[in-house]
Design a protein. Structure first.
Length: 196
């Protein structure tokens, strides 16, 4: 980590509240909190944005779009964390296995594949997205609002992955330990996890 941030022992006010909220969610204080501890208003704004986007769409679809964007941007941190949410919160280990087996999303079918492909394009080449990229989603019954949700999920992930990589944050050993070594290797697309 390139940024030290506010130590847990020295945290007060908004930073202490932020740390407590993250401990409650993760069971420990994740590495990604360090840079945000220096700008707690940004941490709050990010949480609000992320939860607003996630709350406005199907949770499983949010996780698939987020994983696609995180993989495309080379963020091990977000790839593993959101793979855990897809498996544990959404109860969908089969889709996670399909993504790990075919990281380009080709192992997915139907709406899942279309969402994954659009989110990947948002993360890698948004200026060239055209009607041909959106049409498969519409043909599968998604509304314009559904398409916007996928774009929002992917675009928001770009902010978070850029912050984490920009400050050298690495996936916490506690999160990596939720998967077997082979699974972690399959999801390591950028900075390696912190050693246990």
């Amino acid at each position: 980590m390139l940024i030290t941030g506010v130590s847990a022992d020295d945290a007060e006010g908004d930073v202490a509240d932020y740390y407590e909220s993250q401990r409650a969610q993760w069971g420990f204080l994740p590495h990604f909190t360090a840079p945000f501890s220096l700008r707690p208003a940004v941490a709050q704004a990010w949480q609000t944005l992320n939860l607003t986007i996630r709350g406005g769409m199907d949770r499983r679809r949010f996780e698939i779009a987020t994983i696609a964007a995180a993989r495309a941007r080379g963020s091990t941190y977000c790839t593993v964390a959101h793979s855990m949410f897809l498996r544990d919160v959404c109860g969908d280990p089969a889709t996670l296995d399909a993504i790990n087996a075919c990281p380009d999303g080709s192992g997915l079918t139907g709406v899942d594949r279309a969402v994954y492909e659009l989110a990947t394009r948002v993360a890698t080449d948004p200026a060239t997205i055209g009607e041909a990229d959106v049409a498969p989603l519409r043909e599968l019954g998604l509304s314009d609002a559904d398409v916007v949700d996928v774009v929002l999920a992917a675009a928001a992930r770009l902010f978070f992955t850029a912050v984490l990589d920009g400050v050298g944050a690495r996936l916490d050993a506690q999160t990596a330990a939720r998967f077997g070594p082979e699974e972690v290797t399959a999801m390591t697309v950028g900075r390696p996890p912190t050693a246990p």
